[in-house]
Design a protein around this ligand. Structure first.
Ligand code: HEM
Length: 168
């Protein structure tokens, strides 16, 4: 069962990461050129970005995150590297949402919408994917990093749980 979940997780995240890399390249190269100014060029661009985003990249992201979340509880992986990995994955999710926003803007805005230099997002996407892979494959202890955090983030504060959050 674990092997199957991991296989689903890895296949889905490979598709997700490939999409996060290819979509900015596609939008940068195809979405900012002259071909977009013709009806045929716009239709092709709209079709490619819309269907790759909604039918492949987003479902792959949802499956990768779902399988990963089940794996956390199935394997009881609550280590610091996993929390750091989730933080880096949050960055990937934010960029994923931004790419979706651009797909809608470029496909459905009236008039002349001009895409920002979307290829530059690779400067964030590639390091984030690299950090996630490093964290999950090396599983570093990160104790030096934890030592750098302010005490307020590492020590219990000794306050009572607010009454409305206390289930007892
Ligand atoms: C919310 C999103 C994610 C969650 C909750 C999650 C969670 C997990 C968990 C619990 C494992 C098993 C770890 C172990 O065997 O000790 C795992 C494995 C793995 N994850 Fe994720 N993951 C997520 C996203 C990602 C992403 C975006 C990537 C790549 C960029 C990734 C790459 C991997 C790899 C390569 C493995 C296999 C590691 C191994 O078997 O040694 N994960 N993930």
């Amino acid at each position: 069962m674990i092997a199957l979940l991991k296989a689903v997780h890895i296949i889905a995240l490979a598709l997700w990461c490939a999409g996060l890399i290819l979509l900015p390249v596609l939008m940068q190269v195809h979405g900012r050129g002259q071909t977009l100014r013709t009806q045929a060029g716009f239709t092709e661009f709209r079709w490619l970005t819309h269907y790759s985003y909604t039918a492949v990249v987003t479902p792959a992201a949802v499956i990768a995150v779902t399988a990963g979340t089940i794996l956390i509880f199935a394997l009881e992986v609550f280590d610091i590297w996993m929390m750091a990995k989730l933080l880096a994955v949050t960055g990937m999710v934010v960029l994923h949402a931004w790419l979706g926003h651009l797909v809608v803007k470029v496909g459905e805005s009236r008039g002349t919408y001009s895409l920002p230099p979307v290829g530059l997002s690779l400067l964030a996407i590639l390091p984030l994917i690299g950090v996630v892979l490093w964290l999950v494959l090396a599983k570093p202890a990160l104790s030096e990093f934890i030592a750098l955090l302010p005490e307020v983030l590492t020590e219990p504060r000794g306050h009572a749980i607010p009454i409305h959050l206390n289930p007892i």
